[in-house]
Design a binder for this molecule. Structure first.
Ligand SMILES: C[S@@+](CC[C@H](N)C(=O)[O-])C[C@H]1O[C@@H](n2cnc3c(N)ncnc32)[C@H](O)[C@@H]1O
Length: 410
């Protein structure tokens, strides 16, 4: 029998909450005006009337925003438990090598404080320069320490740094999606911020080759396979393939002013072009455009529209007043950002849904699982940590038909 993950939130409760409120967090106002705008006219009007300082205040403070929204929809108070998660505060490791930023140091230290790997060999999955490996080396100097990373340059830099720091650890060049890897029940696997397809590959790996234990903080859920991984997730009320995984990671935490400004500009331009396209075609559904490379965003809005129109096979007349459409995009984006305040309240439950699905999957593969935040969200908004320990009385390989399909390289 599968033991449910031990976590502050249970999967069924999160699933029910999200299913109950799906009409509020889908569709995204960027793509379509949600129907709740008609159903809750007082809320809709109050959102549109928010001046910029008040909007900024609510956007920066989820708790204040929820209190504000509850004036119009008191039942949203159900979301309050997500505003009071408890995270450990005082990471204990010190003295990292030069080059590791303060936030990364805090993350690594908090991660190492939160884990107690039992394997003789500790392997960092997708290690980058091996920052986590350095923290593990400080805490567990007697273990065999390895990191897997596909970029040879990062391996070289990391190995040189680890060597200088007197840490006996080795970064190996390996593509975890393609190369054959060997693990055993003497190993512990650890992954700090493994993106969607990389953490899915890790789960695949440990269901094929069980390890003693693993510790994983996932990120970038939108980069992986969209289907639920666990049996529990596949029988949930929510259809995992419809979950907006971008929404679950739309939480930049502290210190990302430039990224936010860039996101604002791209949003305004996308909407400005889309309004122009609608006008020219008479189509009224949002039509996405690809994530264009950086230089296009440094040019003019007119060039941007030409590029998008070319992509859509849409000839643009010569007399277009691009400034008019840019201003229309800015105005629509202003409204969209305000309407977004409502669905942003569901980011954390959505993330918990996705992480609990991973946790349930590990439980179904014979691991005892615990999920908690490992550090304050100011250090990283992706602060959920899955710890899993193999139960000794389960078969080494999963039952037929219950392992993950091997993830495909992105
Ligand atoms: C988000 S970074 C995390 C790095 C590190 N764990 C940290 O927190 O500093 C993901 C890392 O995975 C590596 N990576 C991406 N695809 C990979 C693959 N297929 N095999 C091995 N490493 C991969 C990237 O080069 C990058 O260093």
């Amino acid at each position: 029998m599968t033991t449910p993950p031990s976590a502050p939130f249970c999967f069924d409760a999160v699933d029910s909450l999200l299913a109950q409120w799906q009409w509020l967090w889908q569709p995204a106002p960027f793509v379509e005006t949600p129907r709740w705008c008609q159903q809750l006219p007082a809320l809709h009007q109050a959102l549109l009337a928010l001046d910029e300082p008040e909007y900024q205040r609510l956007a920066a403070d989820d708790t204040a925003c929820l209190d504000w929204l509850c004036q119009f929809l008191p039942e949203l108070a159900q979301l309050k438990p997500w505003r009071s998660e408890v995270s450990p505060r005082h990471p204990s490791l010190r003295g990292f090598s030069a080059g590791m930023g303060a936030r990364k140091q805090g993350q690594v230290s908090a991660f190492v404080d939160a884990v107690s790997p039992q394997g003789r060999r500790l392997v960092e999955w997708c290690a980058g320069q091996g920052w986590l490996l350095e923290g593990l080396g400080q805490r567990f100097p007697e273990r065999q320490l390895e990191g897997l990373e596909w970029q040879p340059r990062l391996c070289e830099q990391g190995n040189a740094r680890l060597n200088r720091a007197g840490i006996s650890a080795l970064l190996r060049t390996a593509d975890v999606l393609r190369d054959p890897l060997e693990f055993s029940t003497d190993d512990s696997l650890l992954a700090l911020h493994a993106c969607g397809h990389l953490h899915q590959a890790l789960l695949h790996q440990v269901s094929q080759q069980p390890v003693q234990d693993l510790a994983l903080s996932p990120c970038c859920y939108h980069l992986g396979d969209r289907a639920a991984l666990s049996r529990r997730g596949r029988s949930a009320r929510l259809d995992a393939t419809l979950i907006d995984r971008h929404l679950a990671v739309q939480d930049t935490g502290a210190g990302h002013g430039n990224r936010q400004r860039r996101a604002e500009k791209t949003g305004q331009w996308r909407l400005g072009y889309d309004l122009l396209r609608r006008q020219l075609t008479g189509e009224h559904r949002y039509r996405p455009t690809p994530s264009w490379p950086g230089p296009l965003w440094q040019g003019s809005f007119a060039d941007y529209c030409q590029h998008c129109a070319g992509h859509h096979g849409l000839p643009l007349p010569d007399d277009i007043d691009f400034n008019h459409w840019l201003q229309a995009g800015i105005a629509l984006h202003r409204q969209v950002r305000r309407l977004e305040l409502v669905r942003r309240q569901f980011r954390r439950p959505l993330e918990w849904w996705l992480v609990l699905d991973l946790g349930w999957h590990l439980g179904e593969q014979g691991y005892r699982v615990e999920i908690t935040p490992f550090c304050d969200r100011q250090l990283t908004p992706r602060n959920l940590l899955i710890r899993a320990e193999r139960l000794s009385d389960v078969p080494a390989r999963p039952e037929n038909g219950d392992s993950l399909p091997a993830p495909q390289p992105a």
